[in-house]
Design a protein around this ligand. Structure first.
Ligand SMILES: Cc1cc2nc3c(=O)[nH]c(=O)nc-3n(C[C@H](O)[C@H](O)[C@H](O)COP(=O)(O)O)c2cc1C
Length: 366
């Protein structure tokens, strides 16, 4: 019998022991309520998926200025924390574990979504090309306002406060979204960071913001309850870098001594936009990162199991398959067919395409 691990081999991840290595990938679904407070539908959606080894929530803004969409959830107010508490209680009652993904959109936002219609903030005054969804329909991205050096600690404090609220909200840990062109990623890459202070220029300076945020999160939750997601080399949201292999391997090496719960590496952005890197980001990062690695992007049961058993990753996250299969873990265990996700209902709307995908037993198959 093989002693190699597979998707169903339990694993310790930081402070948690997971019954399987099938992670629900963070997915923005744009269905929060007024005040960016989680709803009862979100309670149902996440608890339906509690058999995942670990759930990572959709991108959740740590401050009003971090908001990037029309109806994303936040984690900067007591009401939001109370709303999330219902989600985490339901997931825990169903036997699951759940991290919140902290996502500050930075320049991938619009003044109409922000307090007092302020311009989005970013490392440098460079606009994303293309359009953003707002309450008034699609609008062009604006040129963001560069953060002054003095303001950066304030933004880091906002992340820290969100980490504190994540305890009130009952989360098992937090994941920093440092991929896909959102604020930490904007600092990391040369295309969006032209700063000349200690947050721009050298590799050390461009990764400083990400590392300072991570340190702040670890200070609140402990490193064994903090993860980070990176997406080396993807150009979605105009994430351009002169040397992505160098930038992200540098960052991964700097994360090594911190003892984080995990590093989560994206191989496919899932958005169908931008281009992929000229290297395999998972294998590249695996070669330099010494901790627990979650791989994500285009995996199915067989390829995910193979990645774990070959040691290319310790866990595999699934995005779109979890949208349409609340019981994805059972379906993998039983080699059952999967429901096909409907891209029309990914973002926004009601419960259709959200909480009404059937389980195997509801389909009379099990
Ligand atoms: C509807 C949708 C929303 C997403 N939102 C997020 C998000 O909020 N944060 C994030 O890190 N990744 C997000 N992603 C990317 C997924 O987490 C995942 O990395 C990607 O879909 C690739 O995995 P898959 O091929 O299994 O779907 C999103 C993907 C989709 C399809």
């Amino acid at each position: 019998m093989s002693t190699r691990p597979g998707l169903f081999t339990p694993i310790r991840v930081g402070a948690l022991v997971l019954p399987n290595r099938i992670v629900m990938s963070p997915m923005t679904r744009i269905r929060a309520g007024a005040g960016c407070v989680p709803t009862e539908s979100m309670v149902r959606y996440y608890s339906q998926r509690a058999s995942a080894g670990l759930i990572i929530t959709e991108g959740t803004h740590p401050s009003p200025m971090g908001r990037g969409y029309t109806f994303p959830p936040g984690l900067h107010s007591d009401e939001q924390a109370a709303g999330w508490r219902k989600v985490t209680d339901a997931v825990h009652a169903a036997g699951g574990r759940i991290f919140v993904q902290l996502m500050h959109a930075g320049r991938v936002s619009h003044s109409s979504l922000l307090p007092e219609h302020a311009l989005p903030i970013a490392p440098s005054a460079i606009a994303v090309s293309g359009e953003v969804h707002t309450f008034e329909g699609k609008q062009s991205f604006e040129t963001p306002r560069p953060l002054s050096t003095d303001e950066i600690p304030i933004v880091i404090d906002e992340y820290q406060r969100a980490a504190e609220l994540s305890i009130t909200a009952g989360f098992d840990g937090v994941e920093l979204h440092a991929a896909t062109g959102y604020l930490p990623n904007q600092f990391q890459v040369t295309g969006s960071n032209r700063r000349t202070d200690e947050y721009g220029g050298s590799l050390e300076a461009r990764t400083r913001f990400t590392l300072e945020v991570i340190e702040a999160l670890c200070g609140v939750r402990g490193a064994d309850r903090v993860g980070i997601k990176i997406g080396p080399g993807f150009t979605v949201n105009d994430t351009f870098d002169d040397n992505p292999a160098e930038t992200y391997t540098y960052l991964a090496r700097r994360l090594n001594p911190l003892g984080l719960a995990y590093l989560h590496v994206g191989y496919d952005s899932g958005y169908g936009r931008g281009t992929a890197p000229p290297f395999n980001s998972i294998d590249l990062i695996r070669s330099v990162f010494t901790g627990t690695l979650i791989a994500v992007g285009g995996f199915n049961k067989a390829t995910g199991d193979a990645a774990v058993s070959a040691g290319r990753a310790d866990l595999v996250a699934y995005g779109r398959p979890f949208i349409s299969n609340p019981d994805l873990v059972d379906r993998f265990r039983l080699d059952a067919p999967l429901n096909i996700p409907d891209g029309q209902t990914f973002y926004g709307g009601g419960d259709h395409g959200y909480t009404d995908y059937p389980t195997l037993s509801e389909q009379g198959r099990h």
